[in-house]
Design a protein around this ligand. Sequence first.
Ligand SMILES: *[C@@H]1O[C@H](CO)[C@@H](O)[C@H](O)[C@H]1NC(C)=O
Length: 204
Amino acid sequence: MLVVSFVLFALLGHAVSAPAFIPRDDSPSDTDLLLSCPGAPGSPNVERADKCTLVNIVNNPDTPVVSNVGNVQANCEGGTDPIMLTVGGSTTISSTTTANADVGVDLDGFSIGGGLSTASTSSTTQSNSTMITIPPGRQSVMTVSVLSHSQSGNVQVNYGDRVDDHFIWFTGAVITQVTPTNQLTFDVHETACGTDPLDLNNHS
Ligand SMILES: *[C@@H]1O[C@H](CO)[C@@H](O)[C@H](O)[C@H]1NC(C)=O
């Protein structure tokens, strides 16, 4: 009997602490919270938020973001001579926002303030071109590597009216905003004909 009453006591202790939890069914999902941010499409389940703010911010190491600039030039017609062509053009590099968990929506364009990513820093357009020699059987594209700041955090969502009893909600999901700086390195990426010239991991 001693064992049984100990178990009962343990269960009772657990039950007393239980009401402190808010049942998950009563909270908006991370997807609903993020969809209600300014600039987002909106959610059928919650009203539009007044403001979304990155909180609990962690600064990640700067990271290079590489993309192609302009068109592919190729010497893939079966000739045996190298040819000289111009590669390049212009490209726009924008800040990106991603979630650590699957929230089922593309977060780019959602207005989430509080971090480094603001309207004035979120996108940069760069142009460059250069004459290059392309050997037979090869293809080339200009690339740009943009050093980018990276910040992660949760999102604080502020509503004008109570949503499920609260004016303020926080996402459990962690989002990461990657914001371009003006530190750029242009390069030319050359690969074998018949492979994907825009796959920058292709080193054929
Ligand atoms: C254009 O790219 C070349 C490398 O292909 C680089 O040397 C040059 O500085 C770049 N020009 C500008 C304006 O960034």
